[in-house]
Design a protein around this ligand. Structure first.
Ligand SMILES: [Zn+2]
Length: 272
């Protein structure tokens, strides 16, 4: 079990918030074997990975704005709503590219093959996507130098020797892109197990605006065992929402009971 702080966006993620997060995990009784360096400290390593990906000539700088992409005639859209990159800057001549690069750095994108990339998810089964028609050339590094999640997460998982990834189903559709990066980097991908998301009682997706679920407040209202019991019950791991410790849960946890549907969370003491 590795702990990794994903703080690529150093404007939004502070060192203090990372410390609070670790304290919250420990309060719940969750622990880890090893802590990886935070992403904010790894630019040099990501730069190396980007250079390696660039060797095949499929990484290119792009100067298109969000507006350009939206206005591109008949631009098809991916399932998550983002416009599929029409390839505009890939077609620039080396001379034009050099002129533009002198003015300002571009977004670094990776061109993708017209090929279906799929995998067997431990919970959702077969998942596949044609990277070219359903996703398009994707971002590896933003124009401001911040590396994209897709690149950082694959680079870190390779470096950490990660063999198994359990994460929210909102990342299911990132997986084919990540598998393509593993292939280009010549690394063995991990096994994936995606889990349903917790939602508000009315089925709304939880967001930072749901302040009643802020761990700081939950810590004032519940003991860690009560909270874990409610979560474990909601996730099908307990017959009743009764207090349980993280160590006890490890013994009874059964992934075949996780399920695929999102889970509306109701906490102890809240009305139905
Ligand atoms: Zn472009």
């Amino acid at each position: 079990m590795l702990l990794r702080i994903e703080d690529l966006d150093t404007l939004r993620c502070t060192v203090e918030s990372a410390d609070l997060l670790k304290e919250d995990l420990q309060w719940l009784g969750l622990d880890w074997d090893r802590e990886m360096p935070p992403q904010r400290s790894r630019s040099a390593y990501y730069e190396e990975i980007l250079a390696k990906l660039s060797e095949r000539g499929e990484v290119f700088p792009c100067w298109c704005t969000r507006g350009d992409l939206k206005n591109a005639a008949n631009a098809p859209h991916a399932s998550d709503g983002h416009p599929i990159y029409p390839g505009t800057c890939r077609a620039l001549s080396p001379q034009e590219r050099a002129i533009r690069l002198r003015k300002r750095p571009g977004i670094m994108r990776l061109a993708v093959p017209d090929e279906v990339i799929g995998f067997e998810d431990g919970n959702y089964g077969r998942y596949e996507e044609n990277l070219q028609t359903e996703c398009g050339a994707f971002i590896l590094r933003r124009a401001d130098g911040v590396f994209a999640y897709q690149l950082a997460v694959v680079a870190d998982d390779i470096d950490g020797g990660v063999t198994e990834v359990v994460r929210g189903r909102d990342l299911l559709d990132s997986t084919p892109r990540q598998l393509y990066l593993y292939r280009l980097l010549g690394a063995e991908p991990p096994r994936y197990f995606h889990v349903p998301l917790l939602t508000a009682p009315d089925g709304r997706r939880l967001s930072k605006r749901d302040e009643d679920l802020d761990v700081g407040l939950l810590r004032q209202r519940y003991r860690p065992e009560e909270l874990l019991g409610a979560l474990a019950f909601a996730a099908g791991q307990l017959e009743r929402p009764e207090p349980v410790s993280a160590a006890e849960l490890v013994k009874i946890f059964d992934r075949s009971r996780v399920g695929q549907a999102d889970i509306a969370i109701r906490l102890p003491g809240e009305e139905a």
